[in-house]
Design a protein around this ligand. Sequence first.
Ligand code: UDP
Length: 363
Amino acid sequence: MPKKPLLPASNLKRMIGFVREFSSNQLHLLLNNMQKMKRILITGAAGFLGSHLCDRFINEGYHVIGMDNLITGDLKNIEHLFKLEHFEFYHHDITKFVHIPGKLDYILHFASPASPIDYLKIPIQTLKVGSLGTHNLLGLARVKKARILIASTSEVYGDPLVHPQTEEYYGNVNTIGPRGVYDEAKRFQESITMAYHTFHGVETRIVRIFNTYGPRMRLNDGRVIPAFIGQAIRGEDLTIFGDGMQTRSFCYVDDQVEGIFRLLHSDYVYPVNIGNPDEITIKDFAEEIIKLTGTSQKVVYHPLPINDPLQRQPDTTKAKELLGWEAKVNRAEGMKITYDYFKSLSKEELSKEEHKDFSKYIF
Ligand code: UDP
């Protein structure tokens, strides 16, 4: 017996027509949205600054593609983003060829070890990510016609002889000193970025980041803020390197992210300092941490690492004039938030000596 059709032919036809029309409309809308939605690649996405940038660009309505090889980054910093439709993640080492399917509007290059201890432990990787990695990303920016912003650093000024540091200052770097691997990688990074701009017409931006801090810094990455807070929480003495008269100027992460956001959308191609000019000696800073944490520990003095810059303060005139940007969060506010973050970590994490085993990356 022939099977009875489930629907009369006329209804079926109407229905197919409706489905066709509906899906082509939906598809059209979806494609339209996808085309309108800006797509941004953020390298070093699982790191401290990279993860905050992922948050910011997601909140601004971008489709964010995070990339990280997880040598110094930690997936914990971005795990809250994995459930989002407009976030994707590639576990990839950018010193190898980088491929991203589809269109790309922007690239933020933030992949690199950034603490002196890290780049002493993995010097070759530090040099490679700043040079080979940057080359790959500039190549990607060129084929995608994407605008690329690279993360440079106050370390390009080395142990500065000009104070505060303006963007015009060429710096005082010891190429073969222990910090040279980071400083020179970043200096090369700036040079190749400018070359891609002038020679290939790639839209490039360069931010020179001064000591930035906030939640998600790695507890034992050796930098002074996590070091002092970790020591205070664990009831250890605070270790001051040298006589503590060296200065730094600390910028809260939200200010830094705002500066980067504005620079990316500006039309200025030369380097711009982003940092908080509020300068303090490390000795006075240790006293502030003692007050903030209420620790009864004291400070102890250790030798100053080789080529540790004696003074550092950004001249932020350019950022003010070009981007209308200046740091808004004062150290007391920023440090309170940061301290609360470190206090919220588990006891187990707080007592771990080092959270990263680099042994498999050293070759
Ligand atoms: N420093 C310190 N004690 C520590 C860690 C760092 O006195 O336990 C000093 C370090 O020698 C430097 C300053 O604090 O003069 C800032 O160091 P950090 O590693 O945070 O960053 P840098 O600005 O040197 O890249």
